[in-house]
Design a protein around this ligand. Sequence first.
Ligand code: ASP
Length: 602
Amino acid sequence: MAESPAPAWTRRTHTCGELRRGHVGASVTLNGWVHRRRDQGGLIFLDLRDRYGITQVAVNRDQNAEAHAAAARLRAEYVAAVTGQVRARPAGTANPNLSTGEVELGEIERVEILAASKPPPFEITSGANVDESVRLTYRYLDLRRERMRWLTELRFDITRVMREFLWGRGFLELETPTLIKTTPEGARDFIVPSRHHPGQAYALPQSPQQLKQLLMVSGLDRYFQLARCYRDEDLRADRFAEFTQLDLEMAFVEREDVMGLIDDLYLDIVRRCSNKRLLHEQFPRITYAQALERFGTDKVDLRFGLELQDVSAQAGGRGFRVFDAVLADGGMVKAVVVPGAAGYSRRQVNALQDVVKTHGAAGLATIALHADGSVRSPLERFFGRQGLLDAAQAAGAGAGDLVCLVADQPATVNAALAALRAHLGAQLELTDPNVLAFCWVVDYPLFERDEESGRLTFTHNPFCSPSDDSFELLYTDPERAGSKQYDLACNGHEIGGGSVRAHRAKDLHRIYEVMGFSEAEIEEQIGHMLRAFEYGAPPHGGIAMGLERIAMILGDTANLRDVTVFPKNQAGVDLMLGAPSVMEGEQLEELGLELGGSTQTT
Ligand code: ASP
């Protein structure tokens, strides 16, 4: 009979993170990976690692020559089984960094190699500074690293809290299909050609939006799902082609009901999954207009000040042509004050210039209020000393500060100064990662103008309801219509968003008309929704919360891939599996497809 690869005695009795002083004297068997091996001749020390921790094993030749010989054959990342006795480490040799650090395994009875390992392409013990493409190619090894394991467990912990919380509140956890019809969330669809219906394709959901609304029409009242979503967007560091959101919908609610539920859920998540401090226990709510005015963005970071100030009134009419032209053209001049920065060198000021320029502004004008009372600014010959002081005062600057001014159309000014504020927050170390500042942004406009087509389009979601006072405006002045959209921001990131929906067929139909869709297009895109809404659709609303984003914030990583077990790289390629891969021959024929771009690169 062939020898079993793992004899019965090798079954573990404990994990590598379990043994404590109370186990001293017990005979135990551990299984794990060789994390480190220190060969001191007659004595070999092994650090045996598994998901739960690391335990030190001391194998003494004099005490057991056979076990010692087996231990001598072990190398990094071999999988081994060891039976021995738990003993207290000699005084002064305890390792406070390990949960098992007060004990070790001695009096070794047996050592068995359960699996050998090639030398890993990078050290599991450190893993820092390894090229990310190598880590992604060998993701299964990368996940053995302590930090990655911790982040993976953190993501799981968050989903566990989400589930327990929502189960407890009477939500049904339901799965909606992933081969569906295109559903607009503002990105491109991934499509799946149908073999049975040549020339036709399914779309992967950008979100379960329409399906969850239809569940409300079904009367299921409270639904949630940890939904995989697919958006074929241009890849950016903080966007992913494939991601997970906590997607939920509720019937008979107003916006406060959904927001209040999320308040409670996120308080629960923060308390149970992290040691971070909440800036506000009751998440503040600000309007979209206020968010733009004060921060230039709805990705609000309330951890620090440096709010934007409108100084158009002080900056105009001083004979400075750039400002006057911008203001005459409907633009604005806004400022951010950098505290204590009056003495910034030209190089330091240029660095700030670069930030606003990469975000679309033509440049930055500065006013330096030196502590000795002198004022320096390239604007001096237009503004005069008093004019500069007036502008600086309107910006809220004091002695020693530097005022940074940007003039342009509002969207550009806000984008540039929002970026500058975020840059300064980090540079001046005002963004304590251990503090969480959640903030709701409400009262978004229902429509915005698409720059390319000039047409009105939805700001967030075409299914969003107009605000109570805006139903009339859909017919008279839709551009002014408000909405029942709400977004939750945390520390400068959007972490989720949702809305109360337009649940009456005629309102939804009108919204599509306003966006310029013909009757035929409306039928093609949302005919099924309009029909469903004719059969008693309850008022309803919901939200979707990004799972990766909250995991990143709680896990202190700026890299989305760190909180996903098998992510694609920034070019959308799975380096481990080699996807996407070339499709040819029969597979294509069956689907009736011809693919261009035969020079496929990965
Ligand atoms: N469907 C929206 C999204 O995926 C969220 C929602 O409105 O519920 O962003």
